[in-house]
Design a protein around this ligand. Sequence first.
Ligand SMILES: Nc1nc2c(c(=O)[nH]1)N[C@H]1C(S)=C(S)[C@@H](COP(=O)(O)OP(=O)(O)OC[C@H]3O[C@@H](n4cnc5c(=O)[nH]c(N)nc54)[C@H](O)[C@@H]3O)O[C@H]1N2
Ligand SMILES: Nc1nc2c(c(=O)[nH]1)N[C@H]1C(S)=C(S)[C@@H](COP(=O)(O)OP(=O)(O)OC[C@H]3O[C@@H](n4cnc5c(=O)[nH]c(N)nc54)[C@H](O)[C@@H]3O)O[C@H]1N2
Ligand SMILES: [Mo]
Length: 666
Amino acid sequence: MLDLLAAELRRVRAEHGNEAIFGGSYGWASAGRFHHAQSQLHRFLNLFGGFTGSRNSYSNGTSVVLLPHVVGDADTVLRKASSWPTITANTELVVAFGGIPAKNVFVTPGGITRHGTPGHLAALAERNIEVALVSPLRTDLPPTVPATWYPVEPGTDVALMLGLAHTLIAEGLHDLAFLDRYCVGFDTVAEYLKERDADWAAGVCGIPADDIRALARRMAAKRTLVTVTWSLQRIRYGEQPVWAGLLLAALLGQIGLPGGGFGHGYGSMGDVGDNGPVVRLPHLPQGTNPVRTFIPVARIADLLLNPGDTYDYDGKVLTYPDIRLVYWAGGNPFHHHQDLARLRTAFGRPDTIVVHEPHWTATARHADIVLPATLPLEREDFGGGRRDTHLIAMHRAVDPYGEARDDHDILAGLARRLGFADGFTEGRTAREWLVHLYEKWRTADAPGFADFWAAGGYQLPPGPTDFTLFERFRADPDKNPLKTPSGRIELASDTVGGFGYDDCPGHPAWLEPEPSGFPLHLIANQPSTRLHSQLDVGPVSRASKVDGREPVTINPADAANRGIAAGDVVRIFNDRGACLAGAVLTDAIRPGVVQLATGAWFDPVDTPDGVLCVHGNPNVLTADVPSSRLSQGCAGQHARVQIERYAGTPPPVTVTEPPTLAPLAR
Ligand SMILES: Nc1nc2c(c(=O)[nH]1)N[C@H]1C(S)=C(S)[C@@H](COP(=O)(O)OP(=O)(O)OC[C@H]3O[C@@H](n4cnc5c(=O)[nH]c(N)nc54)[C@H](O)[C@@H]3O)O[C@H]1N2
Ligand SMILES: Nc1nc2c(c(=O)[nH]1)N[C@H]1C(S)=C(S)[C@@H](COP(=O)(O)OP(=O)(O)OC[C@H]3O[C@@H](n4cnc5c(=O)[nH]c(N)nc54)[C@H](O)[C@@H]3O)O[C@H]1N2
Ligand SMILES: [Mo]
């Protein structure tokens, strides 16, 4: 098999060049840092002469493009925000757009040793810190945290934020001195806000105008943290809720004060608000990619379908290269991408699709060559996340199953056939790599490798707890300017405005949703019983299913209108496709909204009406459209749908079955 693949890699390179290989390979794969599948693959492809890659993430790909224009540095806002201890000690009111969903905080890239957020959420309750939960779902904050629930209509947070901002200005509650010294563009937004009062906002977002005014007054009277989950930017026009949230915090004048200002991603990831050390853990060097072509990560189907087409990205015009070979290790695009019927067509276009997978996922099923990969428990590695408390020695727990090999071994075997084995392995075994990377990384205080390995881990020293970027900026904006053109917070940006994008104007704005013929809002959020699609066939995820299908949450009023009872199999559909799911009825969701988590393995059946996923993957329903021409980010969090009771016997879920193919000779 590796001989065949080596020959195909050579052919594609000779006939079409390295640019024709797509190796972006987005995905979360494993906690371990050495066996991190993308790092291994990128190192391999770099040594092979390079590849077309991808930039940014599905997680916050919209914010990372917008924030540099607004505050100069996305990473500081996203990764080094106010620590939880600072918040619980100082904040009096948290206005949480998207809530602080406890289900999400057990996850961090690389793993997380101690799960701090549940304790910090408990501290919010203990200290009687007021929380305004702005979300269509009551469950986006644990019931133990007392909160006022503002069940906003999905996708309308910007209107609510503008209504709050209008109230602050109309009642003279905004901090003019702060706006003057630390911000540019206030006049532009003040002019725009004139027409957007609380009554206007109420008509858009479904929160009563009196409640909006009262909340604005409380925000001005207290030490207030405005926080926006990453989900809010994973939608069409997703820049706007982030920019408008920052605007709101700027009007309050508390940016850079302990526990005040703006936060982004509390409750989106376990490490947001952590105060571990800001150090890079040991990692495999990837080398450099001589090929310059890339896509913003969520443009994968456009890339494969439309070679030669041009598109906008952050003020530039880019061209899609002609991809002939796709190499994926450690991700599941048939989980993560939108409009899966379209993705299927797109995956049909390249000559060859190669996938490394431990599981027989939909992505593996769409590949020409599938190489069975080990799971983290079947190998040795380092574990640890950003700002984590420990570097963990991940010991092998079980031997590899069947013919599974480490991604590293598979790629080393390929490199040997292609003549660069020494470059790839540097003559080291996997264990020797661990020793080498650890010894290169460790400082004088850390034990040698043998002691580290025997102890099972190493406790890292704690890091700073403050929001250093904004605190320093606040202390002296002339000496510590932001990395924006003005050196200030850009409430309006000439740069963004100058791009002339109709879907991302030069200041935060309410953009009308595109019309839809489908009555219900679907929220396709992160699942509480797994990480994305991983181990969906395992017992924890399966225990959450209804009749073997992904649960869909419906308000009892919407269910009654449609003759749907709890436990029914329902068909959720729109003009892109349909899926089956099991009905769960609850008052904890705003009427008119249904929620179906991501991650049920795609189990398609072709019907006269198009593709039907019998298992409940919401990405048959989501649109493959970007957040905007600025960032080209993923907009998969929302879709418009209709729901009906499934009449008749639903087709069985078969995606959980292993492959029945005869194994090929290696
Ligand atoms: N509709 C909608 N879609 C979304 C989102 C949404 O909000 N709504 N959220 C998006 C977000 S934020 C993200 S991050 C993406 C996540 O999308 P992905 O990261 O692609 O999803 P995972 O299921 O984590 O995929 C990881 C795959 O790697 C495999 N794997 C595990 N360990 C190894 C290994 O060691 N080697 C190899 N080769 N493979 C391994 C797993 O079996 C799994 O199939 O989904 C996005 N999709
Ligand atoms: N258990 C678990 N935890 C995870 C993950 C996982 O797969 N499983 N994935 C991890 C990853 S890779 C990421 S990027 C993060 C993602 O972090 P987020 O993107 O923040 O997480 P989501 O659960 O998708 O969305 C959070 C909440 O936002 C609310 N919401 C959706 N639309 C709107 C809206 O229009 N307005 C308002 N106000 N609220 C809205 C939803 O009710 C939803 O529960 O989660 C991480 N944590
Ligand atoms: Mo993500």
